[in-house]
Design a protein around this ligand. Structure first.
Ligand SMILES: [Zn+2]
Ligand SMILES: [Zn+2]
Length: 345
């Protein structure tokens, strides 16, 4: 049960749709006895409802970002409430619409959030206290309060809570020990955590509590819920800028502040892009001027590589891949490897 169409075909299908889609996310930490069977069951249900998106299933729970055809929404809700593992789960709708996913991908994982910490480093029965948008605003403004952004650095670069600590971390696996270290002198202070949808703070708060932090809070439903609530309740947003999201939109505006900078010219900018050179594809911030100047690439090297004809590109990549496999390195870090093997400086 997997999708077999090409990216091009999928995009074309999506463009020809005559209906609207609703982007939403949900998660739940719950013991799933057989993630594989549940995954297949979910795939069948979701495909029948023409749902697209990315879903992770693990024995510790489920984490989903999906887009649902508007006319199928009530059938989707009916299914969710009929399913014992998902019954009355909170469905968080996106703040801004726009094409979000082109296919359905449901994967069985070890963890629904890949922090890579041992199971005895946290207890999911002891998580941080959930705060609503209003409560969070009040609490973080109390003297001595600590606020930590639990997302990766590239996410906080374009939007964050004022005065938040934003760990300079690019891989989730390094985040928890790093945060515990960063705020190690705040064990008796009020510690507030936030992330995109709340899922990362559930486990992160459990981890910090086990580490001896006494007063740990988490933003209920994350930035997505916060953005809805400040609008609905007409309260000031302490979050400024853009909320980075992991779909094709790469972000939704919460306030008009632009707090990021173009990585190439340093001009104020909050638009993420993936390098146009497929061999690199690195995620970075790029302004319109630089996009034109560098042909949507992250560097002169990538632009030049991208300008080579396909045959030449293939030869170079093959050559590099050979070196990569002989050095037993992962191709995941290809951009770094290009530098490593001196194809470019
Ligand atoms: Zn620029
Ligand atoms: Zn690049």
């Amino acid at each position: 049960m997997f999708n077999k169409k090409s990216k091009f075909e999928l995009k074309k299908d999506l463009e020809q749709e005559a209906f609207q889609r609703i982007t939403c996310s949900f998660y739940r930490y719950i013991n799933i006895k057989n993630p594989k069977i549940f995954r297949n069951h979910l795939y069948e249900k979701f495909s029948n409802l023409n749902i697209l998106g990315r879903v992770y299933v693990a024995d510790e729970g489920i984490n989903a970002q999906i887009s649902v055809p508007e006319d199928k929404w009530s059938m989707f809700e009916d299914y969710i409430n009929s399913e014992i593992l998902l019954n009355s789960i909170t469905l968080k709708k996106a703040v801004q619409e726009g094409s979000s996913f082109i296919k359905l991908k449901i994967l069985v994982k070890n963890e629904i959030v890949a922090y890579g910490v041992d199971k005895d480093c946290y207890n999911m029965n002891h998580v941080g206290q959930h705060l609503s948008a209003k409560e969070f605003n009040e609490s973080i403004n109390e003297e001595g309060s600590v606020v930590v952004d639990m997302r990766n650095y590239y996410e906080s670069e374009v939007g964050r809570f004022k005065n938040a600590i934003t760990p300079d971390i690019h891989r989730s696996q390094e985040l928890l020990p790093e945060v515990a270290e960063l705020i190690s002198d705040s064990k008796d202070k009020k510690v507030h955590l936030y992330c995109t949808g709340g899922i990362r703070c559930e486990k992160a708060s459990a981890y910090l509590i086990k580490k001896g932090f006494k007063d740990v809070y988490q933003l209920d439903g994350g930035i997505i819920q916060y953005a809805h609530d400040v609008k609905k309740e007409n309260i000031p947003s302490e979050f400024i800028g853009k909320n980075f999201v992991f779909d094709d939109r790469l972000g939704e505006k919460i306030t008009d502040d632009i707090i990021g900078k173009c990585h190439q010219c340093q001009k104020s900018c909050d638009q993420h892009a993936n390098c146009n050179n497929d061999a690199c594809h690195i995620l970075f911030i790029q302004c319109e001027n630089c996009a034109t100047k560098y042909d949507r690439c992250c560097s002169v090297n990538c632009r030049d590589f991208n300008a080579l004809d396909n045959e030449e590109q293939r030869k170079l990549r093959k050559d590099i891949d050979k070196k990569v496999s002989s050095a037993k390195l992962s191709t995941k870090f290809r951009p770094k490897l290009y530098k490593l093997f001196n194809y470019w400086k």
